[in-house]
Design a protein around this ligand. Structure first.
Ligand code: GAL
Length: 366
């Protein structure tokens, strides 16, 4: 929130207006008669992945509990749809926006209009880029996610032991690398975190990448699509024939991609490689329990929703949201003040303690 915006909201509160009436005045929102609950627009990227459905539900539940009115929209990974949804929220009198962006660079214009109307904007999980109008960022330590993904790959290969210590294993282990969608800022951060761990081992020959494909642009997976990843996996495997190498491991940035990779390898008859993941999606946890996917990175979407909701609440109350990082996330226009949660590695060894005992899943779900 700009100083001006913050001051105007604070002034409204000092004048003895209720938070709601004050905010209605600030946003110039047509549908906001005095006494109405604040309207929070929640723009989520897609329902094709279980995690975003959970995110939307958690946000809705927590915002409802505060008495806010919620407009929750999913854009099915279509950028113009997401822009139109945000536009409708801005035009329809939203008092705050929570945005899980599809293309982090495509929202500049509509967010400028939101800022014009003093509507605070919280970037959710994915950093919105190139816009000066993003007020706060709620996410996880995304570099650490990448580090955990790489560590899990190494642990599965036996290059690291269970406590993360280097073993005597010298390989060479044949691995292939997959990254996320290049329009999502997180994808680069995950990749950079993972490569900070893997590059020294590639350089020393403990890991080999038979395809030679290691740079982000080559290994990125448009739209985080499992189908796109499966197609690429299918093109990589034939090159192993006659080399004496078999695919030992795959760096995968997200569970939907991990499952597609495993399915492709299994269809083509190969032994299953060690595969990393992210999001602790139910189908991937089942796969881990079944001894297929090796690991996932768990990010508690309930907590992420809590962070975003408490940011919105503070902004609507005219106070400063709590942050724990004011240095890392430069979106090209500004360093966006952030609250970053800690991700956690999950394997067959600890899934019960991490996912069941925390109530994230019921034992019966698995
Ligand atoms: C990322 C997100 C991951 C995963 C991926 C695909 O932005 O941080 O947790 O969900 O998108 O949806």
């Amino acid at each position: 929130m700009t100083g001006n915006r913050m001051r105007r909201r604070a002034a409204a509160l000092v004048l003895g207006l209720t938070a709601t009436a004050g905010l209605a005045g600030c946003s110039g929102a047509s549908g906001d008669a005095a006494g109405d609950a604040p309207l929070v627009g929640v723009a989520m990227p897609t329902t094709t992945s279980a995690r975003w459905i959970a995110d939307g539900e958690n946000l809705q539940r927590q915002l409802d509990a505060l008495g806010y009115t919620v407009e929750l929209e999913y854009a099915e990974d279509d950028v113009p749809t997401q822009v139109a949804q945000l536009q409708a929220m801005v035009d329809g009198g939203a008092d705050a926006l929570i945005v899980g962006a599809i293309d982090g660079t495509a929202l500049k214009d509509v967010l400028a209009q939101a800022a014009e109307k003093d509507i605070p904007i919280v970037s959710y999980d994915r950093l919105i880029r190139d816009s000066p109008d993003v007020d706060y960022y709620a996410s996880f330590d995304n570099w650490r996610v990448g580090v955990l993904q790489a560590n899990s790959l190494l642990q599965g290969l036996g290059v690291l032991d269970a406590s993360g210590q280097r073993t005597a294993a010298s390989g060479p282990f044949a691995v292939e690398l997959f990254a996320g969608s290049s329009d999502d800022n997180n994808a680069t951060v995950f990749y950079n975190g993972a490569m900070s761990v893997l590059t020294p081992l590639i350089d020393s020959g403990v890991l080999v990448v038979p395809s030679g494909q290691t740079d982000f642009a080559t290994i990125a997976t448009q739209g985080w699509s499992g189908d796109v990843a499966a197609e690429r996996m299918a093109t990589l495997l034939p090159a192993y024939q006659g080399t004496g190498l078999h695919l030992d491991g795959v760096l995968s940035p997200y569970d939907g991609i991990s499952r597609s990779i495993l399915e492709t390898v299994s269809t083509l008859g190969g032994p299953l490689p060690v595969v990393s993941g992210q999001d602790a999606e139910l189908d991937s946890v089942k796969s881990i329990v079944a001894g297929e996917q090796y690991a996932t990175v768990y990010k508690d979407t309930r907590q992420l929703a809590e962070v975003a909701v408490s940011m919105v609440r503070a902004l609507l109350d005219g106070t400063e949201p709590e942050v724990n990082d004011t240095a890392t996330y430069d979106n090209g226009q500004k360093v966006v003040p952030s609250y970053l949660l800690a991700p956690q590695l999950v394997t067959v060894e600890n899934y019960e303690a991490v996912l069941i005992e925390s109530g994230y899943y019921e034992a019966a779900d698995l």
